[in-house]
Ligand binder design. Structure first.
Ligand SMILES: *[C@@H]1O[C@H](CO)[C@@H](O)[C@H](O)[C@H]1NC(C)=O
Length: 315
């Protein structure tokens, strides 16, 4: 009986989901997508560096994955991906070709410049041959930040809390591209933004995660089980401990979620001595398997999608 119920739950909620992220959160959303391309059907990435750009090295994470894109070797990252899939460490690369990807890179982003994001775009173009499944926005005068149409600092800024007002409803374009036509957005309901205990899913100490994650749970999804799951990942120096609820409240996603039956899960990192900025793991601080399904953070957040917080509460 219990097993049957769990199967039902995972099929309804966790079978397909979409992801997004900014900075290290974009790198991580991208890694999660490649690792689980059979179930992650869309990725919205703001300033992403390509899969395995760091090759397990913190020094490369700060160079090749950021301003020194000449250190990136596209062919070797593609080969690494294919080998990981052949070894069943990640899903079959054929699954990537069915998915949709939205990539945004600001003209004024000097942290992860367009030269680096272009390699991420080329990486995806290698696996997704239908060009209409990839949307790239490279023409905004935006700095290094999560783009909104009405919240945050000036569009050109690249400073904490990394929410920038470019008068561009990125949440709308991104979610529409990934999920399909949406109902008009509505106001978010503050009490529908809640926190949950991430230690229900994983050893948070080993995985470098905070005790507390956040979830925006639309009124409809409290009592109905046909909601979409979207998971959004904050950037470095942007977790709850560092910026409070700015990202989880001002991402622009919640307004669309409320009117479109989308549960938005906002997992949270914790800063540690090996990861002072609370970045998502894109160089291996949680272990050598950080790009695989067995990577601790990838494992943890995928579990959250399969069994989202309110399902956990109702059990
Ligand atoms: C790391 O990945 C390899 C290859 O997929 C796997 O055999 C091994 O069990 C993984 N190690 C851990 C600690 O998960």
């Amino acid at each position: 009986m219990v097993a049957l119920f769990l199967l039902f739950v995972s099929e309804v909620y966790g079978f397909n989901y979409t992801v997004s992220g900014f900075g290290s959160g974009a790198n991580f959303a991208h890694q999660l997508h490649i690792a689980h391309s059979g179930t992650v059907i869309g990725a919205g990435l703001v300033a992403p560096s390509p899969y395995y750009c760091a090759m397990g090295s913190m020094a490369r994470a700060a160079t090749a994955c950021r301003v020194n894109s000449y250190l990136l070797n596209l062919e070797s990252m593609i080969l690494y991906t294919i080998n990981a899939a052949t070894a069943s460490s990640i899903d079959n690369v054929k699954d990537i070709s069915n998915d949709r990807v939205f990539i945004l890179s600001g003209l004024y982003d000097k942290t992860v410049p367009q030269s680096t994001v272009s390699v991420t775009l080329q990486y995806y173009q290698n696996f997704i041959t239908n060009s209409y499944k990839i949307d790239s926005v490279f023409n905004l005068f935006a700095g290094h930040g999560w783009v909104t149409d009405n919240a945050g600092g000036p569009c050109w800024a690249s400073t904490a809390p990394f929410i920038i007002n470019c008068g561009y409803d990125m949440a709308s374009y991104m979610l529409t591209f990934l999920i399909g036509n949406l109902n008009p957005k509505t106001l978010q309901i503050p009490t529908n933004l809640m926190s949950f205990d991430q230690s229900d899913y994983v050893d948070i100490w080993q995985a470098g995660l905070s005790t507390r994650g956040f979830v925006y749970l639309p009124q409809y999804c409290v009592t109905n089980n046909d909601c979409f799951i979207h998971m959004a990942f904050h950037g470095c120096r942007q977790n709850y401990d560092m910026v409070g609820d700015v990202f989880v409240r001002e991402s622009g996603l919640n307004e669309w979620a409320e009117s479109n039956k989308i549960i938005v899960i906002y997992p949270q990192t914790v800063a540690t001595s090996g990861n002072l900025d609370g970045c998502w793991d894109y160089w291996g601080y949680t272990g050598a398997n950080y790009t695989y399904q067995s990577g601790l953070q990838i494992y943890a957040v995928n579990q959250m999608a399969i069994k989202p917080p309110h399902v956990l509460w109702s059990n």
